[in-house]
Write a protein that binds this ligand. Structure first.
Ligand SMILES: NC(=O)c1ccc[n+]([C@@H]2O[C@H](COP(=O)([O-])OP(=O)(O)OC[C@H]3O[C@@H](n4cnc5c(N)ncnc54)[C@H](O)[C@@H]3O)[C@@H](O)[C@H]2O)c1
Length: 458
């Protein structure tokens, strides 16, 4: 039986066997016409074959996918900026090029999609990919609203016996994530009662940028706006360097969720990975004055997370842009950790950044005799290369560390916190129905309206 301690320790051989069984089952079902896979789909069990991949968003963050993608067949490239498209086409000359991802997803023979576009299109591209029987790697965050995160996660759960997914939270592959998880799970700080994550990035903007000039001829600006309400063109949305242009648009509500979806996706993951958490039952949020254009810089959100099989119910907190959790001891200056996490237990604290951790046993009972470090053969094995974990999963056991269930739940919690911040009241939440049970206005903020012609479920 799987226990909390063994959950992340399946060896490759075991997973391979499990997978082969699942594949035979899927193949039988497909024969009966029960599974719709695209003609080029590898399905499972064909690890030596290359994947036929569409890359949507081909510049900036996409560059971090080129090395892994080059080992597969890049058959389609899509970008709303024809200059970016042309530059990627030089690298992948055999690929057909598209400017509209809706057409790209209908490219014949696709197996999988890598999505590196603006945040406000992620849930669309991810959901449409799953609807077409395509494996999907989606850059973080998986969605911009609670509804988007839920729709994509539910679709994945329906398809998880045939599709592999991964949210781009690649820091998850840093081995410190496993070490932190082991310390929490194995009781190094006693019984867990709270977890905190924070980030110090401050990108202040007043409002959407004013209309300035015309979009250049190589940029399909209306497609860039996509499903979001129209905002006039301003070159300021496009002046960031490769991989950091997201910092030019992700703080605006219609394009992103600010640092919540940005560094929040990575830093909350450091905590989330050690919690085995389900959706929260409450959400609270406080921060700077609400700006209808721009997401808050200064923000503190918190949630009640239900008990699971190895710990009681806990409080989880997110702080950004200034507000910080209280340090357990004034000789530990948490502000020196730009992006970090802390765990509070009955016998002490654990403080971590992405690469290191400090354990602070606390109080008279904390002599550490209650805690047994793992033996070498029981430590959680490294997951290896994050992008390759997904390409291998597409061709193999379908198992990834940050699938749309894991990443979807985490971002749903964070986005619900932003709704609580907007409402300014403690919300009670039913994770099964995805509804706030004590505030009607909050329910209206769980989703957003799309421009005519755009549907999340296409
Ligand atoms: N995992 C990480 O560490 C990490 C790091 C940086 C960025 N990101 C994520 O990657 C994504 C892209 O960030 P970026 O800085 O590269 O942004 P960017 O603005 O440079 O966009 C990347 C590319 O996507 C194209 N694009 C935008 N919208 C498109 C659409 N609808 N269809 C097709 N192409 C489209 C752009 O023209 C550009 O070529 C963001 O969601 C961001 O959160 C993740």
């Amino acid at each position: 039986m799987e226990t909390a301690k063994t959950r992340k320790q399946d060896g490759p051989t075991e997973m391979g066997t499990m997978h082969r069984r699942r594949f035979l089952k899927s193949a039988a079902a497909a024969g009966a016409g029960l599974i719709v896979l695209r003609s080029g789909a590898l399905g499972a069990g064909a690890p030596s074959k290359k994947l036929n991949i569409a890359m949507i968003g081909t510049w900036g963050r996409a560059g971090a996918h080129f090395r892994t993608a080059s080992k597969e067949n890049i058959v389609a490239l899509c970008d709303v900026d024809e200059n970016h498209l042309a530059s990627a086409a030089k690298k992948f000359p055999k690929a057909k090029t598209y400017v509209d991802w809706r057409n790209c997803l209908d490219h014949k023979g696709l197996d999988a999609v890598i999505c590196c576009t603006t945040d406000h299109t992620h849930a669309f591209i991810a959901n449409w990919s799953l609807n077409r029987g395509l494996h999907c790697f989606c850059e973080k965050p998986l969605g911009n609203t609670v509804e988007e995160a839920r729709v994509v996660r539910a679709n994945y759960l329906k398809n998880k016996n045939k599709l592999a997914t991964q949210v781009g939270m690649q820091r998850h592959a840093i081995e410190n994530f496993n070490r932190v998880r082991e310390l929490v799970l194995d009781g190094a700080i006693g019984e867990l009662s709270a977890a905190y994550a924070w980030g110090n990035r401050q990108l202040r903007r007043k409002g959407y940028l004013p209309a300035q000039g015309q979009p250049p001829s190589h940029l399909h600006y209306d497609l860039w706006i996509g499903p979001s309400p129209f905002h006039p063109y301003n070159p300021g949305y496009f002046t960031g360097g490769p991989g950091s242009n997201c910092l030019r648009w992700n703080m605006f509500w219609d394009f992103g969720s600010g640092q919540v979806g940005d560094m929040g996706s990575h830093t909350m993951d450091l905590a989330w990975n050690a919690l085995d958490a389900d959706l929260p039952t409450t959400a609270e949020g406080e921060g700077e004055k609400f700006n209808p254009d721009v997401t808050p810089v200064e923000l503190h959100m918190s949630w009640d997370i239900p008990a699971n099989d190895w710990r009681p119910g806990i409080r989880v907190h997110w702080y950004q842009g200034g507000p910080m959790p209280k340090s357990p001891k004034n000789y530990v200056d948490l502000k020196r950790i730009g992006h970090g996490a802390m765990f509070k237990g009955s016998k002490g604290f654990l403080v971590a950044d992405f690469n290191s951790r400090i354990l602070m046993p606390y109080g008279r009972q904390s002599d550490l005799t209650y805690y047994k470090p793992r033996t070498k053969d029981t430590v959680i094995p490294p997951l290896g290369h994050f992008q390759e974990e997904w390409t291998n999963a597409c061709k193999g056991n379908l198992k990834t560390s940050c699938d749309f269930d894991y990443g979807g739940k985490m971002i749903e919690m964070m986005l619900l916190g932003m709704v609580a911040y907007r409402i300014g009241k403690k919300l009670n939440y039913n994770g099964k129905t995805g509804r706030v049970t004590n505030n009607t206005k909050a329910n209206a903020l769980l989703s957003r309206k799309y421009r005519t012609g755009w549907t999340l479920n296409g």
